[in-house]
Structure formats: structure tokens, C-alpha cells
Design a protein around this ligand. Structure first.
Ligand SMILES: Cc1cc2nc3c(=O)[nH]c(=O)nc-3n(C[C@H](O)[C@H](O)[C@H](O)COP(=O)(O)OP(=O)(O)OC[C@H]3O[C@@H](n4cnc5c(N)ncnc54)[C@H](O)[C@@H]3O)c2cc1C
Length: 422
């Protein structure tokens, strides 16, 4: 079997990529290991999705449904319960499904595998290994999809968005969240979720604290919580034992890049996703990437846009098969900026219109900051923001794109920097 574009993963990024590639004239196969389309969205039954795209405050399943409808209107081949095991350098995709192993040839590929949660084993929390330690996303699925309540009295470690949303959900379902504990001195999720999910429900947040021991034989009986200093060293003299039967971990998401690694895609060492250009093109010829597999987005609207961009570009690549990747410029950045996507700017066909960047800072800058993109001679973008916080991605849209200028006068360096009061 041969397709112009094969999309791996049918979350919002993959669905948008498949639709855009099809609309660009490509034959498209969408592969998903789950038994339904939508990725993480079907279990996110809270509102907060689609404010920009649909001008509505939608729950996750409805946001996904709008895209499923669009897929059904098109002749896009969708294989569910189909797990992609491998991709060869010549873009042969090995799929394991109920039919057995199959190989599909792709002229171009969009990686849209999303991300997964950090687990207890990645945190090395001392103590026993009883039942009752879950990641927040797993509990979200249990409660919202399976109808199970996994405990009565919860401690949540980590102030990420999923953890805070689950604190509210558990409370609404009759459980008790005794506290949310965060090792950093600031919140790692969005402020709106802190207000709507913790403050509104009277759930206490303990910043600069962590769980230093898990106790319990068959089931969690309690956890030890200790304050930590700026190097995350716990002060055990001030530890407190808190009775609970469930510990929820909301301690970060990791882009799911086993496949990307296997085909030699260069990954960003800080964020763990592929290094991409503004078309979602990775370092491997004909392989594109979009959504949480590249970096963890705050908003699904941005994920869908990213998917569309990568899908459209993958279809154009499949048509021409030449002239992509070079020339391109590397993008650099300085602290307190932690990450920038895209990390490269492609200086070829279709790059002149507009240019979008997503940036995150590594430390909270609570007074006004000035963000700037410059080369050695010229400033291409400059804007003041009232603050910059690690949990809140900064989206910069530059229109018209400076690419035409860079084609004429290629800069030696392209740097993002931020002025702020330390
Ligand atoms: C709890 C939670 C709350 C959120 N709340 C909001 C909110 O209020 N507002 C908002 O705008 N956004 C919110 N988001 C963010 C938004 O949902 C995500 O950014 C978005 O869903 C990411 O989409 P994705 O397509 O990149 O990944 P995913 O949705 O994770 O989809 C990836 C898909 O790839 C599949 N896959 C992976 N590997 C393979 C393989 N080898 N073979 C086949 N298939 C594979 C997976 O099964 C999955 O279906 C929330 C996210 C979470 C988790």
C-alpha cells in the first residue's frame, strides 16, 4: 500500500494534519493505536477548548467531534487499533493491528503521537510500593470514561494543569483533595486553572514542598510531605505526615518520541521533541511533526493549527519531493527564555507569508518584559508583555514574515532575547 501522506496519531494534531493534507490534494492514511479518534480529548470532559477556533467554550470530546465530522466528509483512510512500530529511512511504516503486521509506503509522514505523563519511577520517591499511586491522566480516564472512583482521600503532587483539573473533578465526584503539593516556588499550570480548580474549591496549594515518602502496605496509607529549598533539598525536620489513600502525580509530560528517535530525527535536548522548522519539517527528509510530540502546548487551538501546517507541508513535500530542508537558518535564544519552537527557519517556497514562534521562559518574570527577535544588525520583532511565566507559552505571530529579507540578506545569527528585571 502506498499513500502520499501517512499521519501517525489521531489526536487534534493528527486529525488536523490529515484534513489539511487531504485538502491539499494528497492521498492520506491516518493511523491510531486507540479504538477511537481524538487522542486525549475524549477524556477531557471539562470546558476550555476551542475559544479561538470556534469562539466557544467547548468540552474536549465536542472539540474532537467537530474534527471527526470533517474527517468523515473526506476520503481519508483511517485505521484504528493500529500501532505504528517502526519507520524505515525510506519511509516504510510498520503497523501492528488486529490484522497482523502490515507495511505502508509513505511519500511523507506526519508524526503526531502526543505525549505521556511522568510516573513514580521517574521521580524516585522513597517508600513502599502500595496500590493507590496514579498519574493524573490515568485517574482522569478512570473517572471520566470508565466510571471508577480510584480513592477517597487524595494528595496531588505537582501543580500542572491536569493535576489541578483533576483536583476539581475529584471534589465534584465526592472525593477529598487534602492538598496539592508543588516542589517549585511557583505554579506550573495555568493561573486560570489555579483560580477555577483550586481556589474556587478551597483546595490548599503548598508551593516549595514535595512528597518525600510513600507509606502503606497493600494500599497507600499516607505520605510524608517536606518543604524544599531552591535546590530541591528537603528539610526533613519540618516534614509532616498526611493521611491519604491515593497519591496523584501531575509532574510533567514527555513528548512521545520513540519512533522519532528510531528514524534519527534530531530532538531538542530541553523539550524532548523534534527540532522543526516553521513547516513542521524535522531533520529527516520527508518527516514532519506537530502537536504535543514537538512540545507541550497549553491550548488545543494551537495544536490544531500546528497540525494543519504540518499536514499541508507534508502534502506539498509529497508532490514535489525536492527542494525542501535547505537553506534554513538556526534560531537561538538567551535566558530567561527556556525554549523556542520552531528552532529552524526554512528559507524556501511558501515561507514568505507569516512566521509563528512559541516561546517559554524558565523562571517567572512578574514585571514587564520586552521580547525581541534580532540578527546581528537588525531587530525584526519587539514587543512588551506585562509578565512572562514558565507555565504560559508565549505565541508570537510575525506578519509579514521577514523571510524575504533573510533570503536577500542572510543573517549570521537569529536570536530571541528578553529584557526583564531579575
Ligand atoms: C488533562 C488535560 C487537560 C487539558 N485542558 C485543556 C483545555 O482546557 N484547553 C485546551 O485548549 N487544551 C487543553 N489540553 C491540551 C490539549 O488537550 C492537548 O494539547 C492536545 O490534546 C494535544 O494533542 P496531540 O494531537 O498533540 O496529542 P494527543 O491528543 O495525545 O494525541 C496523540 C495520539 O497519538 C496516538 N499514538 C501515539 N503513539 C502512537 C503509535 N505508535 N501508533 C499509533 N498511534 C499512536 C495516541 O494514541 C493518541 O491518540 C489539556 C490536556 C490535558 C491532558
Amino acid at each position: 500500500m502506498r499513500y502520499d501522506v501517512v499521519v501517525i496519531g489521531a489526536g487534534p494534531a493528527g486529525m488536523a494534519a490529515a484534513i489539511a493534507a487531504y485538502d491539499e490534494g494528497a492521498t492520506v492514511l491516518l493511523l491510531e493505536r486507540n479504538s477511537e479518534l481524538g487522542g486525549i480529548l475524549p477524556q477531557c470532559i471539562h470546558a476550555g477548548f476551542g475559544a479561538r477556533r470556534f469562539k466557544k467554550d467547548l468540552p474536549g470530546p465536542l472539540y474532537a467531534y467537530y474534527f471527526v465530522q470533517e474527517i468523515e466528509k473526506r476520503s481519508i483512510d483511517v485505521w484504528l487499533e493500529s500501532f505504528v512500530m517502526d519507520i524505515s529511512p525510506s519511509r516504510r511504516v510498520t503497523v501492528l493491528s488486529t490484522r497482523g503486521y502490515e507495511e505502508v509506503e509513505a511519500r511523507s509522514i506526519v508524526l503526531a503521537m502526543g505525549c505521556r505523563e511522568r510516573t513514580r519511577s521517574q521521580l524516585n520517591i522513597p517508600g513502599t510500593h502500595p496500590a493507590g499511586v496514579y498519574t493524573a491522566g490515568t485517574v482522569q480516564r478512570m473517572i471520566n470514561r470508565e466510571g471508577w472512583m480510584p480513592g477517597k482521600r487524595f494528595v496531588i503532587l505537582g501543580s500542572g494543569d491536569i493535576g489541578m483539573i483533576m483536583a476539581r473533578r475529584i471534589t465534584l465526584e465526592g472525593g477529598e483533595v487534602v492538598r496539592v503539593v508543588e516542589a517549585l516556588p511557583y505554579l506550573t499550570g495555568l493561573r486560570r486553572n489555579y483560580v477555577q480548580c483550586l481556589q474556587d474549591f478551597g483546595i490548599p496549594l503548598f508551593l516549595s514542598h514535595t512528597v518525600t515518602r510513600i507509606d502503606g502496605y497493600e494500599r497507600v496509607e499516607g505520605v510524608e510531605i517536606s518543604p524544599v529549598d531552591e535546590n530541591f533539598c528537603a528539610d526533613k525536620s519540618k516534614s509532616e505526615w498526611v493521611a491519604c489513600d491515593t497519591l496523584l502525580l501531575s509532574v510533567g509530560l514527555i513528548p512521545e518520541n520513540e519512533l522519532s528517535r528510531r528514524i534519527g530525527v534530531v530532538l531538542d535536548p530541553v523539550i524532548g521533541g523534534p527540532v522543526v522548522d516553521q513547516h513542521g519539517q524535522t531533520s529527516v527528509y520527508g518527516v514532519f511533526a506537530a502537536g504535543n510530540v514537538v512540545h507541550i502546548y497549553d491550548l488545543v487551538d494551537d495544536v490544531s493549527q500546528d497540525g494543519e501546517n504540518a499536514g499541508r507541508s507534508a502534502a506539498r513535500f509529497a508532490r514535489s519531493l525536492a527542494g525542501w530542508q535547505e537553506p534554513s537558518l538556526s534560531v537561538h535564544w538567551r535566558a530567561p527564555i527556556r525554549s523556542v519552537v520552531p528552532q529552524r527557519v526554512f528559507l524556501g517556497e511558501g515561507s514568505e507569508k507569516s512566521l509563528s514562534f512559541f516561546l517559554r521562559v524558565s523562571t517567572p518574570c512578574e514585571s514587564s518584559v520586552t521580547l525581541r527577535l534580532k540578527s546581528e544588525k537588525r531587530v525584526f520583532y519587539e514587543k512588551r508583555f506585562p509578565y512572562a511565566r514558565p507555565a504560559e507559552m508565549i505565541h508570537v505571530h510575525i506578519e509579514p514574515s521577514p523571510v524575504s529579507h533573510w533570503l536577500q540578506y542572510p543573517p549570521k545569527s537569529l536570536v530571541w532575547e528578553m529584557d526583564y528585571d531579575a
